[in-house]
Design a protein. Sequence first.
Length: 95
Amino acid sequence: MSSKTVCCSDPSCTEPAVYKIAAPWSNGVFNELKSFGFACADHLGPVFKQAESRRKVYHPTEAETVGVIGIYKYEPGKRDRQLQRLSGLENNYRS
């Protein structure tokens, strides 16, 4: 199985992502994490704030539900439901 390195969403950064910024999403049939960004340790704050801004203007369709943005430990190869949510970090960056 081939793996692709996911880089930090900060445009000036080429470091691998260690965090996934995402919100629980469902269309009534499927459930997953809707990605709003990926971050390295150095850019977590700015990427999280940008992701929150994008979430606020995202308008789901009638069939969709989108929850609150969270920070997850990004581990390539793991499924969304296997990722660990890091709530303590969220409180540091929440606007």
